[in-house]
Design a protein around this ligand. Structure first.
Ligand SMILES: Nc1ncnc2c1ncn2[C@@H]1O[C@H](COP(=O)(O)OP(=O)(O)OP(=O)(O)O)[C@@H](O)[C@H]1O
Length: 274
């Protein structure tokens, strides 16, 4: 298994009364597994702990209890949290807010070169070649290489973030609401890009989204998440419309009418692409 999350717990301090600060449990014994080349959807209401779990799976939010194994290695123990280790090259992320994900003073080549440890002022010919290759992979071209973030559209900037995310040949990418800030027509294009990169590079994704159509389109299976716990698993995405738990049904019906099942969802998304 590429990634294994074993019984992870996380509490955050909460402002209490003047003298007391209470602890709020945000993850309550979550376990999951992710295989190479698989896309797992994580669906849940705002504040349910999805992003906390995502951050934990990319090595930046240590659990209070439990473990996260990448290729069998406990990412918070073996190399020490915060230190460089092989697994860091194999894990990356794309977030919802592409604007704050990049340094506004960096040009596109510097942003994409960041995980390749490119120096700020110059990059080798080999690195620039690699950057050109990555730009092409995400549907951009050489004309974008010297641009600054403010000279790009939202969709183009998110494509730059995706190029940066695949720069180190990762095995796993956290996609935390990666299309939620984009216009609907651009969302579909970026979803198509994520789907084709997954196929080409056999990537594994954890796809956090409120958009059930997007989950149905991209994911192989999905988890419904509430108050720090998995409430239901959908092992085959085509069965997304047949969830049983009251919470999952409530979420489904609040977003789309799923009475026709997940196929309906595919059709709706496909309709936008036509
Ligand atoms: N560093 C932190 N310190 C204190 N509380 C935090 C911290 N990070 C998250 N929380 C709290 O943990 C809870 C879960 O947050 P999280 O962002 O994981 O939820 P989410 O399901 O991703 O929500 P959304 O869909 O709105 O992004 C929230 O109540 C949030 O305020």
């Amino acid at each position: 298994m590429l990634l294994t999350v074993n019984e992870v717990y996380k509490d955050f301090s909460q402002e209490g009364s003047f003298f007391l600060a209470s602890k709020k449990p945000v993850l309550k014994g979550v376990s999951l597994q992710l295989a190479q080349g698989e896309c797992l959807g994580l669906i849940g209401e705002s504040g349910s702990g999805k992003s906390t779990l995502g951050r934990m799976m990319i090595g930046i939010e240590p659990p209070d209890r439990g473990e996260v194994l990448f290729d069998g290695q406990n990412i918070y123990k073996s190399a020490g949290w915060g230190k460089r280790a092989d697994w860091r090259q194999k894990i990356s992320a794309v977030f919802q807010d592409y604007t704050s994900s990049v340094n506004p003073r960096f040009q596109v080549w510097q942003i994409i070169g960041e995980p390749m440890h490119t120096r700020r002022r110059a990059a080798s010919a080999g690195t620039m070649e690699r950057i050109a290759y990555l730009l092409e992979k995400v549907g951009l071209h050489g004309g974008h290489v010297n641009r600054y973030p403010h000279e790009l559209s939202g969709g183009q900037l998110q494509r730059v973030c995706i190029a940066r995310a695949i720069a180190t040949n990762p095995a796993f990418i956290l996609l935390d609401e990666p299309v939620s800030s984009l216009d609907v027509s651009v969302q579909v294009q970026v979803m198509d890009l994520l789907a084709s990169l997954k196929e080409e590079f056999n990537l594994s994704y954890l796809f956090i989204s409120h958009d059930l159509a997007a989950v149905a389109y991209l994911c192989d299976r999905a988890l419904f998440f509430a108050e720090g716990e998995i409430v239901e698993e959908v092992p085959r995405i085509m069965e997304l419309g047949r969830v049983k738990a009251a919470y999952s049904r409530k979420l489904l019906h609040s977003v789309l009418d799923f009475s026709e099942g997940a196929a309906d969802c595919h059709c709706r998304l496909a309709g936008v692409t036509e």
